[in-house]
Design a protein around this ligand. Structure first.
Ligand code: EPS
Length: 363
């Protein structure tokens, strides 16, 4: 199966299935000399880990990462970094009843059509469990970007089903199970999720990501514009159905005089562009949002077909996230980190000698 790698100079290749022995990845192109330990990666994995609240899957995976290569005496060596996380809480019997049926809205059907064979246990390769390795690889990129460039990448849930959420306290994001930056609304989210779970249904969500201190110049016209790479990376996350940069689809209803971010020596007046102009970072914050669909593995019965094409009914039991969006914040942050890292190295490779007399405006 091709399509398991992302990036040009900072490349990540992931492997593994939800109920296989382990998930893994190879991160190639990391600059040498950066301090790196498993603990640096573990902190981000802990934020994504399943089984931490009643609102996510009860599958208990410690997601303990091992660094297999590419680090010597605590420093990256510039050689490929191999990472491995063992799967320890597979319960494949949950999938016995649906192994010959296709969950409507799930990759079951298309994997079968494409490959003629599929690992039905836990969704196999199509499982959101694959995102462990995105977060692990993203932690390496995030560390480099933070230490060398001061770039910060922070996300939060900006909508859960019909409930739109603002930002009143970004510091609260990591201390609630929703990655919510509006802590007064948490009781409302809990009630909504409890009712949804009782119904046996699932719901979509919107996640917003902000990357600050991104230098101007990242992004390669024309096919690898920064927003094109961000859209590619974010859209590749399981269940993502939409990506917006800056004003996104709201730009449809804006006039040019409204959308443009006016400039002065003190900076940009606002940020409807989302941090890029012409596909190149402007020095403004990168603002991206993603829409995640509701999980297709639900216990409400639905009509489907079996492998013989005959009509049947399906009920998905077992352990599932009623809202995959609830754990998507660290995953989306990781994908943004991977894209910025790759584009930083690409920009440095081509343009390290460029002398620019135009002052950088920020803000
Ligand atoms: C998933 C189905 C469930 C989730 C899993 C994602 O797997 P299982 O049926 O094996 O319990 O628990 O999520 C994780 C284990 C994880 O680490 O994110 C799916 O179909 O995507």
């Amino acid at each position: 199966m091709s399509g398991n790698s992302i990036g040009r100079l900072f490349t990540v290749t992931t492997f593994g299935e939800s109920h296989g022995p382990a998930m893994g990845c190879v991160v190639d192109g990391c600059p040498p000399g950066m301090a790196l330990s498993a603990a640096d990666i573990q902190a981000d994995l802990e934020r994504r880990r399943p089984g931490k609240s009643r609102h996510t899957t009860p599958r208990q995976e410690p997601d303990t990462v091992r660094i297999l290569s590419g680090v010597f005496e605590g420093l990256t060596t510039g050689t490929p970094i191999g990472l491995l996380i063992e799967n320890v809480d597979q319960r494949s019997r949950d999938y016995g009843d649906i192994k010959d049926k296709f969950r409507p809205g799930h990759a079951d059907y298309t994997y079968q059509q494409k490959y003629g064979i599929r690992d039905y246990r836990g969704g196999g390769r199509s499982s959101a469990r694959e995102t462990t390795m995105r977060v692990a690889a993203g932690a390496i990129a995030r560390k480099y970007l933070g230490e060398r460039l001061g770039i910060g990448i922070h996300g939060y849930v900006s909508q859960l089903g019909p409930i739109e959420l603002g930002v009143t306290d970004m510091g609260a994001v990591d201390s609630n199970p929703f990655f919510c930056a509006d802590p007064d609304r948490i009781p409302e989210l809990e009630k909504f999720m409890d009712e949804l779970r009782a119904e046996g249904d699932s719901i979509g969500a919107k996640i917003s990501i902000l990357a600050s201190n991104v230098p101007p110049g990242l992004g390669e016209p024309v096919f690898d514009k920064l927003e094109a790479s961000l859209a590619h990376a974010l859209m590749s996350i399981n269940a993502v159905k939409g990506v917006e940069l800056g004003a996104g689809f709201a730009a449809i209803n804006q006039k040019g005089s409204e959308h443009r971010d006016e400039m002065s020596p003190d900076g940009f007046a606002k940020n409807d562009a989302g941090g890029t102009l012409g596909g190149i970072s402007s020095g403004q914050d990168i603002l991206a949002s993603i829409a995640l669909k509701p999980t297709s593995s639900i216990s409400k019965p639905g009509a489907t077909v079996d492998k013989e094409g005959k009509t049947t009914e399906i009920v998905t039991t077992g352990r599932h996230d009623p809202c995959v969006g609830l754990r998507a914040t660290p995953i989306a942050e990781a994908m943004v980190a991977l894209v910025l890292m790759d584009h930083y190295l690409r920009h440095r490779a081509q343009n390290a000698d460029v002398e620019n007399t135009t002052p950088v405006i920020t803000g």
